[in-house]
Design a binder for this molecule. Structure first.
Ligand SMILES: [Ca+2]
Ligand SMILES: [Ca+2]
Length: 110
């Protein structure tokens, strides 16, 4: 564990955000939006979630923000099944081809 490196990476991922989003995500988290370009309503996830059906966010995600040097894996099916993509810290205004409006579970990797 190199705390200096982690701090530097966290800062670079957060510095472009507006104050509201930065404050919400300063501890590291993943945020999902219903629409592309961080629009349409956001939901934050501090940890893995086996099914987005329970919180009314199934098959709607169109943009993703990851902060805090975390890596997440997103699955098209519930219970961490189906095709998946792994994303590190960053702003994803659009999802890779085939993953828009299809994510049903997410797992925190680091
Ligand atoms: Ca959507
Ligand atoms: Ca799905």
């Amino acid at each position: 564990m190199n705390s200096k490196t982690l701090t530097e990476v966290s800062f670079s991922a957060v510095k472009e955000l507006n104050d509201e989003v930065a404050a919400t995500c300063s501890g590291g988290a993943v945020s999902l939006w219903r629409d592309a370009g961080f629009q349409g309503g956001r939901r934050n996830f501090p940890g893995s979630d086996a099914t987005l059906v329970n919180n009314n966010f199934n098959d709607v995600t169109s943009s993703i923000l990851i902060t805090g040097n975390q890596r997440w894996k997103f699955y098209k099916d519930a219970n961490f099944r189906g095709p998946s993509i792994t994303l590190g810290p960053g702003r994803y205004a659009r999802l890779p081809r085939g993953f828009n409006d299809s994510i049903s579970s997410l797992k925190r990797l680091s």
